[in-house]
Structure formats: C-alpha cells, structure tokens
Design a protein. Structure first.
Length: 302
C-alpha cells in the first residue's frame, strides 16, 4: 500500500471514530425522563414524536464498541500500513497453520519416504493419501475419474504427450509442462488449412477426401514434421501429440482440428513441487502410474 492510500485509510477510520464519539456526546446531553422537544412530526392531530435521548445502557454499548475498535486498531492491521503491535498478518497465520499440519503429517510421510515408487503403488495407505491429493489438486483439470476433458489429458489410457515413465510423470507434476502449438492459419491460407486438416484426419484413419489429404501431405512435411514426426506419431520430448491414434486432447473432429491448425494451442500444466513438496509429488506420481496400469505385483515386478 502506498503512503498516500495509507494516509487516506487512516483519515477515513479516524473520521468515523470521532464521528461516533461526537454522536454519543450529542445524544447524551439530555437525561431519560426529562421533558424533551418533539421532532415536529404529529399524527391524528395529537400523536407527537418526541426526541428523547437513547437509554444509558445503549450508550454504554456504543462506548464499548468504540473502545474495542481503538484496541483492535492498535493490536491488528487496520490503519493503512500499520501492522499492529502483535504483528499479525494473514500470511503468518496461514503459514502457522501449514506448519502445524505438516508437523502432524510428518510421521505418516516419514514412512512413505522409506518406500520406492513401486512400494508406494502397492501401499494402501499411501494410495489413499494420494487419491485425496489428486482430488484436491488435480481433479479440477483432469476430472475426478482422471479421464480429463477438452484441453486436459486423460490419465487413464496409454497415450502420453510427455512420456509415461516414472521419471517423466514425476517431472511433469514437479516442474509442470508448457505445450505450444503455433498458429498456422495465416501461413497456410484457407486452402492449405483444409488440406492439412484432411491429411491429419487420414493419419488416424478418419474418412477424408483423398485428393485433399494427398495435397495436405506435402504441407505437413513443410510445417508439421518437425514436432509431430514424419509418421505423425509425435515426439514426447517436445510434448507433440500422436496424430495417428484416436486420442485427441482438443477433439478429433474436422472443426476442432481446423481450429487447432488455424489458431494454435497454448496449454500449461502448473508446477506443483513448491506447493506440495517432494513426498506428495512422489505419491501423486505413484497414483498416476496406477491410473494407467495395474499396481505392481507383491514381488515388485510390473
């Protein structure tokens, strides 16, 4: 908060408190039971509204409220940039709660730390915690059943943009991923876009005009081969999807493919290592591995 805004807040708060004190003083000058002047409002000829002072007990409540406000503003933030004598802040309270939760969970995670990924995948308690972590941190994008949605990959199949090994999945969760598909609409032109769309459809076995798809093959070699490979199976190193199967992150219809080619795509998986810590990332890695395959056998073999 700038010094100007801080001063503005302080002045507004001070005016409110002083105004309340003045209002109490002004209304307390008359004593209950004394004759008071009327407000000038009359009904039915003789029914007058008197301007009597507030009851004493009510004024005391107002006074206590003002005293509470003064004490509160001295102890806690409320006067612009003033931090309060106690030094309280939302961030500090949040951190204290996080530290307390981490301390309470430390024995549980200490046991998990002694297990490798295969051991975590077999451990019922570990997977129960991992499922809760997934529900809290991953389900909003990948769905409660981990089957994804438009723009968010399905984690239960065998199609992986960035690789399906333990190391690949751990890196994805810990460090995040950024997938960028350039927009090619202007470079290809309207006819070129239709040809590429037809060729991409043919790669996955969808019906497409043969002549248009054949023309699109040449354009594919010029614009798409660097990322998706000469056979269209993609490159996990770059996060380029496989175009030859039936799995489509943004949809496999002609309209969806056309939109991808013309406008491009920009998708990001946020990094979770700083938020969750290494042990939770390991648990999620084991859980994601289980989503796409059966847990390892008791002897440790996959």
């Amino acid at each position: 908060m700038t010094a100007g805004w801080s001063l503005f807040v302080i002045v507004i708060v001070a005016i409110n408190i002083v105004g309340c004190i003045w209002l109490m003083w002004a209304t307390a000058r008359r004593r209950p039971g004394q004759d008071s002047e009327t407000t000038g409002h009359t009904w039915d000829g003789d029914l007058a509204e008197y301007n009597n002072p507030l009851p004493r007990w009510w004024l005391w409540l107002f006074g206590l409220s003002i005293l509470f406000a003064l004490v509160y503003l001295a102890l806690y933030p409320g006067l612009g940039s003033w931090q309060g004598l106690l030094g309280w802040s939302q961030q500090k309270q949040w951190q204290q709660q996080v530290d307390a939760a981490e301390q309470a969970a430390a024995p549980l995670f200490a046991r998990f730390a002694a297990l490798d990924t295969a051991g975590l995948r077999r451990d019922e308690a570990a997977m129960r915690v991992a499922r809760n972590l997934f529900a809290n941190h991953c389900a909003m994008c990948h769905g409660s059943d981990a089957r994804g949605a438009v723009g968010f990959p399905n984690l239960t199949n065998s199609d992986w943009q960035w690789g399906s090994s333990e190391q690949d999945i751990h890196a994805t969760i810990a460090q995040g991923r950024t997938g960028v598909m350039p927009a090619w609409g202007e470079a290809l032109g309207a006819q070129g876009v239709e040809e590429v769309v037809a060729y991409v459809q043919s790669l996955s076995g969808m019906p497409a005009p043969a002549a248009t798809a054949a023309a699109g093959a040449a354009r594919y070699q010029s614009f798409c081969i660097a990322c998706h490979g000469p056979d269209g199976t993609g490159q996990q190193l770059l996060g380029a999807p496989n175009l030859t199967d039936e799995v489509w992150v943004y949809g496999g219809t002609a309209e969806a493919i056309r939109q991808t080619v013309v406008q491009g795509r920009n998708n990001q998986m946020p990094a979770h290592l700083e938020l969750l810590g290494e042990q939770r990332v390991r648990l999620l890695t084991a859980h994601v591995l289980n989503l796409a395959s059966a847990p390892p056998a008791a002897d440790g073999s996959d």
